[in-house]
Structures are given as C-alpha cells and as structure tokens.
Ligand binder design. Structure first.
Ligand SMILES: C[S@@+](CC[C@H](N)C(=O)[O-])C[C@H]1O[C@@H](n2cnc3c(N)ncnc32)[C@H](O)[C@@H]1O
Length: 211
C-alpha cells in the first residue's frame, strides 16, 4: 500500500508553506530546477504548461517570448507566483491559475512541452496526473520532470524510502513513488534520466509524447 494523502490536505499544507516555501525549498531544490531548464528548447513562442508551479520558483528560467501556463492546487501559491511574475517582467506571457493537476481543464494536444518540478510525489493520484500530462501535450511534445524517485528494488535505500513514506507524506511529499515507472505506465516515452541535487537525491527525467 503506497502512501498518499487527499488533494485538500496538500492544498492546505502548501498554502500554509506558501509565505516561506521559497526561503527553504526554493534554495534547497534550486540546482535540479536550474539544470532541468538546460533541456528546454530555446525556441520562441512555445506554449508550456507547468504543473504545481508553487510560488513561481522556476519562472525566471523561461526564455523570453515563451507562453507559460502555470497551475497549482493552492490558491496562496498562485498568488505568490503571480506577484513573482509581475516583479520579473521577463518578456514571457504568464497565465497562473488554481487547478488540480489530476483534472486539467485544457483540451487534448494543447502544449508544446510540460514542466513539473517536485510535484508528482506530492499528488494523491500520480497515475492520473501523468495520464493528464500526456493528454494535454501535443504529439512529439516534451516532458521535463524534476523529482525524487524511489530507488530500485534490491537497493536498501528503496526499503528505507518505503519506511519513511508515512512520515514524509504528512510534511508534503512521498518517498515511495517510482516516478519514472508511473510516467512510463501513463504512456510517456522516457528519453533520459539525469541525477541532480545534493547526494544525487533528485532526477531530471526527460521524455516525450509519441508523434
Ligand atoms: C513541493 S512543491 C513544488 C513547487 C515548485 N514546483 C518548486 O519547484 O519548488 C509541490 C507543489 O505542488 C502543488 N500541488 C500538490 N498537489 C497538486 C495537485 N493535485 N494539482 C496541482 N498542484 C498540486 C502544491 O500546492 C505545491 O505548490
């Protein structure tokens, strides 16, 4: 039995974190986030969806003339992200709105690429979220996901991550989820996996939707 909590728990928890999230996790998780953006094509006028945009910790990394739609389940996080987008004035067009990543309110094949930083281990139904991610991206479109993913069976870290999951899920993310496996099961083609962050605890997972 994997450890998950309901969306309203996460919404309240991340709304509580929102005033100080960037001061703690913003810095701690910055290397993976920054590096992930090296893999984003610099083509202008791309339409990109970022799920779980939080307080906008990634917004400064988008190249000018990108159309970015950022969604998050927490209204307080979206308020922070909007304030940040206004401060940045980076030449991107940001649309930031409250939405559940498990029920994306966009037509099929809308986006050129999808970005997700440290989100898939926070949602209550990661399989459904990954299926939604696949649905809204255009054929041939790219996925850039930064996340922790459970270690392989046979590696004792995996067992430890299972044991720690009930504690960590209460503070906002689970440690027992094989994010790469869930993305593959949803139909996302995985192209490359790059370790990142302190002690290589994170992964930059690059994928695409079959054309
Ligand atoms: C660990 S934070 C990551 C924030 C940001 N992406 C970053 O780079 O630090 C997880 C974010 O996902 C959001 N979230 C959790 N469940 C969600 C869901 N079902 N739909 C949309 N956003 C969700 C939380 O509100 C929170 O802002």
């Amino acid at each position: 039995m994997k450890c998950r909590v309901c969306p309203s728990y996460m919404e309240k928890l991340y709304s509580f974190y929102s005033p100080f999230y960037d001061h703690i996790f913003g810095h701690l998780l910055a290397p993976g986030r920054r590096r992930a953006f090296h893999y984003l094509e610099r083509r202008p006028h791309q339409k990109i969806l970022e799920i779980g945009v939080g307080p906008g910790s990634t917004l400064e990394f988008y190249p000018p003339q990108t159309e970015v739609v950022g969604i998050d389940i927490s209204p307080a996080m979206i308020e922070q992200a909007k304030a940040k987008a206004q401060r940045l004035n980076s030449g991107c067009r940001f649309t930031l709105q409250v939405m559940d990543a498990a029920k994306l309110e966009f037509p099929d094949n809308t986006f050129d690429a999808l970005m997700s930083a440290y989100v898939i281990t926070t949602v209550s139904d990661p399989h459904r979220v990954c299926r939604e991610m696949l649905r809204v991206v255009k054929p041939g479109g790219k996925f850039i996901v930064v996340n922790h993913t459970r270690s392989d069976n046979g590696n004792y870290w995996g067992r430890l991550e299972d044991l720690l999951a009930p504690v960590f899920v209460r503070i906002g993310f689970t440690t027992d989820l094989d994010v790469i496996g869930v993305m593959k099961e949803a139909g996302i083609v995985i192209d490359q996996v790059i370790p990142c962050n302190l002690f290589n605890t994170g992964r930059i997972i690059l994928g695409h939707k079959e054309a």
